[in-house]
Ligand binder design. Sequence first.
Ligand SMILES: [Zn+2]
Length: 137
Amino acid sequence: MHEIALARSLTEMVDDYALQQGVTRIKQINIRLGEMSAMTRALHFCFGSAAQGTSCEGAVLNIEEIPLTVFCESCDTVKTPNGRYNFRCPDCGLPTPNVVTGREMQLTSIELYETADAISAARSVEHTSTPVNSAIN
Ligand SMILES: [Zn+2]
């Protein structure tokens, strides 16, 4: 049930932020998720129920997958392994336990409806993109 906890912590974080901004509805949430977590589908699946009753309800969850990269000490370079669970350097074949990217879960931005008027006026809804620099883990 880890993905449900993750979805909840995400909606809580966004909800807190929305409250600070005096916003009650979120249009879109943009996050970056390491491919090693293998949570993209699960998070999409759980987000809807986690968002119920929060400002995230009805919001679009946009997940940018961050590929797995490792640092090979032998080559002294950052490498991209051939598989998600393959922690060997693709060039020299040595084990590379030093994960550089692929584990992160980061809230990158939240897109808000500009004002309540913009929504009720039924014109194309403008939004603002607000960067949020906080990682969940
Ligand atoms: Zn290497």
